[in-house]
Design a protein around this ligand. Structure first.
Ligand SMILES: Nc1ncnc2c1ncn2[C@@H]1O[C@H](COP(=O)(O)OP(=O)(O)O)[C@@H](O)[C@H]1O
Ligand SMILES: [Mg+2]
Length: 439
């Protein structure tokens, strides 16, 4: 897959901005540099040509023996003169700049030199002009002047510095531009955990406001649908209760028989289903207000009830701080989980543990456990693992769904894991409210 496609949005925007900026700079530098180089070169050539005309005139006016000294005195920054005998030959050469200078020299000299040429003097090119029948003058150029290449290193440094600046500004711009995305990600995550979460703020730039409004509208629609669903479930369950009660009463008037016992068992099972359905519908919203709950005592009371019935249930660990919770809801959660442990196993160990920002409750049983692929599936409403479909361990398959709803209503999470040494571990983590939101 193309790595650019997997790049973060921030990275992509940065790359686009930066490459646009660098391309722009290289182009504008190239253009300006070329034009500037061209103009300054022709200007420089002109000045040099005039100076050479002057120097040539000076040297020609002197007696041959005096010329060498005078030539040495006429050293310029960038080029210098050397008087040579015409016997000292130099091979012909060519140089674009020198050709232009030479043209100007010929044009401006009052009496142009008899002969003039571009020659190779040593390693570099030079201009050779004749002075008289015995002597010529060579105009040597320093390397810096002979070279007309623009200062690439300087330009590269400049572009790097500007690019760094642009990168910094672009980084800020990109952060500003992508911040709303982070806000939406957070909001969606919050919504996934708690449909009752507060709506998004509709401040900010127009597009963000529109998106936030759309998000809030979606949030309202989800909440309405959930509410409708649980209202229907609650209404059906509630309305079924009355005929079920009547059925129970009518059955009681029948003569007792095997048939009656079977029917009573069925009505009981139906009543159980109805009650669980009602509880599930209600578990989607907390109906009690939260109060500080002593988790140690809450768990202890559940353990006590189990041991009173002769079951093997023990508690370990301790929570130092009270936890703000809906006490009956939290009791329901723990009751469901402990009941499961004792129903599918014979022994339950509950551990309480404080963390810095949460409390954790683990319920470990010695039952058969669950295959990994079912660990999440069993939280679905009415789902029961195949092995537990027998009447003897009859449940409705709503216990864990109710527990998860209630835990999530406390901002917490509940999940299952295979126990160390067999059995199942139910892990409930309840986050303590931060200092800002002490509800
Ligand atoms: N402690 C446990 N050990 C093994 N399986 C369990 C345990 N707790 C729950 N399960 C499985 O998860 C399913 C769903 O549990 P639950 O929602 O409480 O429904 P119910 O107990 O009414 O069947 C159960 O049917 C059972 O198969
Ligand atoms: Mg159960």
């Amino acid at each position: 897959m193309n790595p650019l496609r997997r790049m973060s949005l921030k990275g992509r925007l940065l790359l686009i901005l930066l490459s646009a900026m660098v391309a722009l700079q290289v182009l504008s530098f190239g253009g300006a540099g070329l034009r500037h180089g061209f103009e300054s070169r022709s200007l420089r050539n002109e000045v040099i040509a005039r100076d050479i005309v002057y120097a040539h005139g000076q040297l020609r006016g002197l007696a041959p023996p005096e010329r060498a000294l005078r030539a040495a005195q006429m050293r310029r920054g960038g080029y210098w003169f050397q008087v040579v005998s015409i016997a000292d030959t130099t091979p012909a050469s060519d140089h674009a700049d020198f050709r232009l200078i030479l043209l100007d020299v010929r044009k401006w000299a009052a009496t142009p030199p008899m002969a003039s040429a571009i020659v190779k003097a040593g390693a570099a090119d030079a201009i050779r002009l004749s002075l008289d029948a015995q002597q010529d003058v060579l105009v040597h150029f320093d390397q810096a002047l002979a070279s007309t290449r623009p200062p690439f290193v300087g330009i590269a440094l400049y572009i790097a510095a500007v690019s760094a600046l642009v990168l910094w500004i672009a980084w800020i711009a990109v952060r500003v531009a992508t911040r709303p995305l982070d806000v939406f990600t957070h909001a969606a995550n919050r919504l996934a955990h708690d449909v009752e979460t507060a709506p998004l703020s509709t401040d900010g730039p127009m597009e963000v406001r529109d998106a936030a409004r759309a998000f809030n509208a979606m949030h309202v629609a989800i909440r309405r649908q959930l509410l409708e669903r649980s209202q229907i479930l609650a209404a059906i369950s509630h309305d079924l209760k009355t005929p079920l009660t009547r059925l129970t009463l009518r059955l009681a008037t029948f003569e007792s028989s095997d048939q009656r016992a079977l029917m009573e068992a069925d009505v009981d099972a139906m009543a159980g289903l109805v009650q669980e359905g009602l509880d599930f519908a209600r578990s989607q919203q907390l109906r009690e207000s939260k109060v500080p709950v002593d988790l140690n005592r809450l768990v202890q009371s559940i353990v006590d009830q189990a041991t009173d019935l002769g079951q093997d249930c023990q508690i370990a660990g301790h929570c130092a701080r009270p936890f703000p919770a809906a006490p009956r809801a939290l009791e329901r959660v723990l009751q469901n989980v402990v009941d499961n442990g004792l129903r599918y196993g014979t022994q339950v160990r509950i551990t309480l543990q404080d963390h810095t920002d949460a409390v954790e409750i683990q319920v470990h049983d010695n039952g058969p456990g669950l295959p990994t692929e079912l660990l999440e599936k069993v939280f679905e409403p009415y789902f029961r693992a195949e092995s537990s479909r027998s009447r003897s361990t009859g449940g409705t398959g709503l216990g864990l769904s109710i527990a998860r709803n209630l835990v999530q209503a406390h901002g917490g999470c509940i999940d299952l894991a295979p126990g160390n040494g067999g059995g199942l571990v139910v892990r409930i983590v309840l986050p303590l409210p931060g200092p800002a939101q002490g509800r």
